[in-house]
Design a protein around this ligand. Structure first.
Ligand SMILES: NC(=O)c1ccc[n+]([C@@H]2O[C@H](COP(=O)([O-])OP(=O)(O)OC[C@H]3O[C@@H](n4cnc5c(N)ncnc54)[C@H](O)[C@@H]3O)[C@@H](O)[C@H]2O)c1
Ligand SMILES: O=P(O)(O)OC[C@H](O)CO
Length: 342
């Protein structure tokens, strides 16, 4: 059945998800902050800043008016950067339908509170209840999704009904949606993989080879899983699309903003210059900060995250960081099963 759906956020990901929804025949409104961009989407059917060269469906209607975009809509999909989630939720509250199904597709933590995005949504939106809240995660570069290239994602929710509704809404022949009951794990895996993608880009930027990158992905997955388990995630989620799947996509793709930022850092560029050059959200930088604090709070060893924190925020030389990782004390490969192991 065709639905009225509003997507909040017209960056790469919001635009790509609006395209999937339009392909599925839904009536799609996309809320856009910038009036010029709204006009461009409505008249030229293109989002030049975030996804140039791609013709968007004429069935996607852009609006800058949050009230009319959201009022009476049964489904709202949030695709904003993590730093904007709380503020956007506050703006949405007066207009949301009491029975609305909320799906978020954001990969990050709130830095100040170290909360997951669903925790932020539940705090701010009185009509948000866990039985009508889902997260979309998994290996999915917007640039490939808009070209209708085969993509698989995960919808996670504590509610079976919300998972199935979200799966029905989004799934098509190019966009395969799996369900997973582990909302906590899907959010944590999706957020933390960006740290490792920064590291993988840095390794490439430094000129290291495939062995180093394989090590980063594998041991990165170990430390992500360790923190995730401590925070209540289910271990199999990290072996799935939101975990290893998204690690592979993000750590090996030139589409990845996190990989690209890491690459430039590895080549010796300054963090501020890199972020300015990217012009798009690089969630891994804030997430490294958040994960470093979470790991300390929870007493979980995260050596790669700790070294990246030093490089990003304390001026550590990347090569010295690699040396520190390589010269760490001896350890046992399966220590990731122990939350306090290394
Ligand atoms: N791009 C992808 O391929 C992709 C895939 C999966 C998940 N994600 C996740 O989706 C989220 C959004 O990423 P994106 O790629 O669309 O980012 P983007 O940089 O392409 O666009 C960000 C969008 O958010 C808007 N924005 C920024 N600050 C805002 C604020 N304070 N209030 C309202 N809107 C604000 C910008 O105007 C822009 O439209 C991130 O958490 C990202 O990790 C992205
Ligand atoms: O471009 P990135 O690095 O923000 O990654 C985008 C998606 O999360 C990939 O699944």
């Amino acid at each position: 059945m065709k639905k009225n759906v509003t997507v909040i956020g017209a960056g790469s990901w919001g635009t790509a998800l609006a395209s999937v929804l339009a392909d599925n025949g839904h009536h799609v409104t996309i809320w856009v902050r910038d009036p010029k961009l709204a006009d461009q989407i409505n008249t030229k059917h293109v989002n030049e800043k975030y996804l140039p060269d791609v013709e968007l469906s004429t069935h996607i209607v852009a609006s800058t008016d949050l009230e009319s975009a959201v009022t009476g809509k049964p489904i709202v999909l949030l695709a904003v950067p993590s730093h904007a989630m709380r503020q956007i939720c506050r703006q949405l509250v007066p207009f949301l339908d009491p029975e609305v199904l909320l799906i978020h597709a954001t990969k990050g933590f709130e830095l100040e509170s170290l909360k997951r995005m669903s925790e932020v949504i539940m705090e701010e939106v009185p009509v948000a209840i866990s039985s009508r809240l889902a997260v979309l995660s998994g290996p999915s570069h917007a640039e490939e999704v808009v070209l209708r290239q085969p993509t698989t994602v995960v919808i996670a929710s504590e509610s079976g009904e919300s998972m199935l509704r979200s799966q029905d809404l989004l799934m098509n022949a190019n966009f395969r949606v799996y369900t997973n009951p582990d909302l906590v794990g899907a959010e944590i895996a999706g957020a933390l993989k960006n740290i490792i993608a920064l590291g993988a880009g840095m390794s490439d930027g430094l000129g290291y080879g495939d062995n180093a990158k394989a090590a980063l992905l594998t041991r990165g997955l170990a430390e992500i899983s360790r923190l995730g388990m401590k925070l209540g995630a289910m271990p199999p989620t990290f072996a799935g699309l939101a975990g290893v799947g998204d690690l592979i996509a993000t750590c090996t793709s030139k589409h990845s903003r996190n990989w690209r930022a890491g690459y430039l850092l590895g080549q010796g560029k300054e963090l501020d210059d890199v972020l300015e050059h990217m012009g798009m959200v690089v969630e891994g930088v804030r997430t490294t900060n958040a994960a470093f604090a979470l790991a300390r709070r929870e007493g979980v060893d995260m050596p790669i995250t700790t070294v990246l924190y030093g490089i990003l925020f304390e001026g550590k030389d990347p090569r010295q960081g690699v040396e520190e990782l390589m010269r760490r004390g001896k350890t046992f490969e399966m220590s990731y099963l122990d939350p306090n192991g290394a």
